[in-house]
Design a binder for this molecule. Sequence first.
Ligand code: SF4
Ligand code: SF4
Length: 396
Amino acid sequence: MEVRIAALADRCVKCGLCLPHCPTYRLAATEAESPRGRIAFAQVLAEGKLERTPSILAHLDNCLACMACERVCPSNVQYGELITTTRAWLRGAKSSGAMGWLIAKPRLLGMLLRVANLPVVRGIVRSRAMQGLVRPFGMDRMLAELPRLPQVDAPASRTPAHPRRRVGLFLGCVAASVDRDVHAAAQVLLHALSYEVMLPRDQGCCGALALHDGDAVQANSLGAALRSAFDGTGVDTVLVSASGCFGTLRDHVFADSKLRVREVHEFLYADSGFDTLKFRALPERIAVHTPCTQRNVARADGAIARLLARIPQLQIDALPAPPGCCGAAGDYFLHHSENADALRAQTLDAALAFQPEKLVTSNVGCRIFLGNGLRECAAEVSVIHPLVLLARQLEN
Ligand code: SF4
Ligand code: SF4
């Protein structure tokens, strides 16, 4: 691993063009919190020229893995591979702990989330007394940022009588519960375009959180389980509605498979039939947040706005590129509250400046984190996934 890290880092010519695009550099304004600084740290550690210190490890750990630096780098530094390999190397054989164990069990996770969302339990969980009780175990942040479960308002959708093609839909771990409305909406839209949609029951987590944290062993085992869940389904394409999972599915889980991984908005927009669908007018103003993974990994930034533009009378305002990351970044918001809260505040300020009725975002983590932030500041703005809005307005 050390040889690979050093080789990846060696491509960096230290030009600094990535610095203004890095959210942590913009917050801290120090080289150590920049992509160039992190690449230099990874290189000297891998080459054995510097000892690991808590401060160096913290700078590497503070990276959001938003990939804004990779997207703008003129020397094509593969920063994503560099940071995940470095984290895996530094982590060694240490396991992902309770959180890692839980995300590998989406059904149990879903059951716990349902219980935690019962009004009486939710009140207890979010009470000051409970927060104080769990603080010594480092669980207060997790309880404070507990995801809400959605109302599934998409009408039940049926496979068309003569589907023209079969596709798979990835459900995920947290998203299998928190994005149930999104998965229902995706089926409505795909059925309207004459697709049969396969949802293998035994699919689980893509391993993005494990990879993000450097736990390659768990990521590999989750990837293997996911590949076998899609075996025999007869699909040639797996669609992904959570942009945070997309890169892991494309570059890790199905990298050597015949299955193609497509970002669902880009897939829908590329379908010539989408232009024939009719949508009811919605005279509202929405702010569109583009998750880092949608922009920098899926590279499908424009697809969402182009799909939403099909809804008559909808006024669409795209959030400005900086601050970019909203601070959610997988489970980053649970462990780096200071950076995450600062980035969320900047994102919400930018969104609320448009005075929108809704904030639209396409990644499950961003939706949870921004939704909690809006509730905290008592803003009367709901967070919604673009597919849910499209399915709601689709004319039958
Ligand atoms: S990562 Fe790329 S953009 Fe950033 S300093 Fe290195 S070469 Fe320049
Ligand atoms: S991935 Fe994002 S946070 Fe990490 S160094 Fe690159 S731009 Fe900065």
